[in-house]
Design a protein around this ligand. Structure first.
Ligand SMILES: C[S@@+](CC[C@H](N)C(=O)[O-])C[C@H]1O[C@@H](n2cnc3c(N)ncnc32)[C@H](O)[C@@H]1O
Length: 295
C-alpha cells in the first residue's frame, strides 16, 4: 500500500510541470489578480460611472467588473479563456449581488467583440497589449477609456499614469483615451477669408498627437497647440495681416470624414466667432496603428 502511495506521489510530481506548461501554452498571460487598491485606482482614473459598459479582457476572478458594478452600478463584461476563472467570476458576482449587472464570457480575448465598451480594463503584458492595439482602434469608439495595470502600449503613450503602493510594492496604472482618426487632408470653403480657393488642413497623426499645417488663401501656416481628446480637436493658426497678427483657433468634433465646430478669430483686438465644417478627402486618411499593421 505504501509503495502504491509513493508511486502515485512520484507520478503526480512527474506530471505537474507538464500540466503547468500546458496551461501556460494556452494562456497568453498567467493568472495574477489585481489588488483591490489598484482596482479602485483603475476605476477612478477611467472615471467609470453608471452609464458605462466596462470590458475586462482577461478578467480572472471578475474582480474589476464586480467592483465597478458594486461601487458605481456599472454594467460589465468579463472575458477569460480559462473556464475555472469564469466559474469563479460568476460565483463572486452572485455573492456580491451584482449578477444582474455583469456577465462573463469564456473566450479568447483576441476573438472577442467588445465594440460596445466605453471602458476597457487590462492586466496583460506589454507584448499582448501591443498585439491587441489594432483591435482596440478597430473596435472602440473615439473617447473610450482604456486602463491598464502595470503594462503600457509601447509607442501609444498613455494620456495619464499613476502609481499605487500596496504592501511596499509599486503598481503602475495607465490610462489612454481612444483618439479619433483625424489624419489626412480636410477642406472647406471660406469666402470671407479665401475668396478664390478652398482652405485646407493637412494632418499627420501619431495616436492622440496630430500635427500639420493649414493652407489658407494659398498661404501655408503651421498648426500650433493641437489638442485631440476622443473626437474633440482644437488647434490654432497664426496669420499676419497688415503687419498685425490674426489668431485663428479652430475647435470641432471629428466624426467620420467630417469635422464640425467653429473658428474664433482674434483680429486687431476684435474677437469673431464663426461656424466651421471641413470634409476629409477619404483617400488621404492613414491607419492609426501603422506599426501594428506592418507587423
Ligand atoms: C494577470 S490576470 C488578470 C486578471 C484580472 N483582470 C485582474 O486584473 O485581476 C490575466 C488573465 O487573463 C486570462 N487570459 C490569458 N490569456 C487569455 C486569452 N487569450 N483570452 C482571454 N483571457 C486570457 C488569464 O486566464 C488570466 O485570468
Amino acid at each position: 500500500m505504501k509503495k502504491l502511495w509513493v508511486f502515485g506521489f512520484c507520478l503526480w510530481i512527474f506530471l505537474l510541470p507538464a500540466e503547468i506548461l500546458s496551461q501556460e501554452k494556452w494562456l497568453d498571460v498567467p493568472y495574477v489578480p489585481t489588488k483591490p487598491e489598484v482596482v479602485e485606482e483603475m476605476l477612478r482614473m477611467a472615471k467609470v460611472g453608471k452609464n458605462d459598459i466596462l470590458y475586462d479582457l482577461g478578467c480572472g476572478d471578475g474582480r474589476i467588473v464586480i467592483t465597478a458594478a458594486r461601487l458605481y452600478g456599472t454594467r460589465g463584461v468579463g472575458v477569460d479563456i480559462d473556464p475555472d476563472r469564469i466559474r469563479e467570476s460568476r460565483e463572486n458576482a452572485a455573492q456580491a449581488g451584482v449578477s444582474d449587472l455583469v456577465k462573463f464570457l469564456e473566450q479568447d480575448l483576441f476573438e472577442t467583440d467588445f465594440h460596445e465598451a466605453t471602458v476597457v480594463s487590462l492586466y496583460l503584458l506589454t507584448s499582448v497589449n501591443v498585439r491587441l492595439r489594432p483591435k482596440l482602434f478597430a473596435q472602440l469608439k473615439p473617447g473610450t477609456r482604456v486602463v491598464s495595470h502595470n503594462y503600457a502600449m509601447e509607442t501609444w503613450k498613455p494620456d495619464q499614469s499613476s502609481i499605487v503602493m500596496v504592501d511596499e510594492m509599486t503598481h503602475d496604472v495607465y490610462l489612454w483615451i481612444v483618439p479619433a482618426n483625424v489624419s489626412g487632408t480636410w477642406v472647406w470653403t471660406w469666402p470671407e477669408i479665401s475668396p478664390n480657393k478652398p482652405c485646407r488642413v493637412e494632418m499627420e497623426q501619431l495616436f492622440q498627437f496630430p500635427h500639420g499645417k493649414a493652407v489658407i488663401d494659398g498661404e501655408e501656416l503651421p498648426l500650433r497647440d493641437v489638442h485631440l481628446e476622443g473626437e474633440n480637436i482644437r488647434f490654432t493658426v497664426d496669420r499676419e495681416k497688415d503687419k498685425k497678427a490674426v489668431i485663428m483657433t479652430f475647435e470641432g468634433r471629428a466624426r467620420g470624414h467630417t469635422i464640425e465646430g467653429n473658428v474664433s478669430i482674434r483680429d486687431d483686438g476684435k474677437l469673431n466667432r464663426t461656424s466651421w465644417k471641413a470634409t476629409r478627402q477619404p483617400a488621404t486618411m492613414k491607419p492609426l496603428d501603422e506599426e501594428a499593421d506592418i507587423n
